[in-house]
Design a protein around this ligand. Sequence first.
Ligand code: ZN
Length: 129
Amino acid sequence: MKSLKEQLLQAGLKATPNPKAANERAKIKKKQVTEAVIHQEQRNFCEACQQVRPDVELYYHRNPTTEAEWICVKCADQLKIGDACRQTAQSDTSIKKMFRREHGVTRPASEFAAVQRSDRPKGPVNGNR
Ligand SMILES: [Zn+2]
């Protein structure tokens, strides 16, 4: 035996649409930024000359002529930023132990050994700063 609903539908009566359904929208899945996106681990973009370079390192310097901090060797030499200001040894050139400054003394790679893997940023990283 058919239910009353089925009988009515068969007779040509249409079910009234759910008034709430008209207001519902398909849910858009947002990307999980914090989990899905792998943060950039190696930086090779020089903020001073705006070029991709294999010898970009982080410098905390007091040179007033530039706000750049991720700087390639060529720019660091031109800006006369000492290697004492260098914070990282993460570039390809450093990894290959070819990193060498023209301006002043180059710090030995051993000084950066502890910073290499343990000093990863914990929060979200803004690559554009
Ligand atoms: Zn540069």
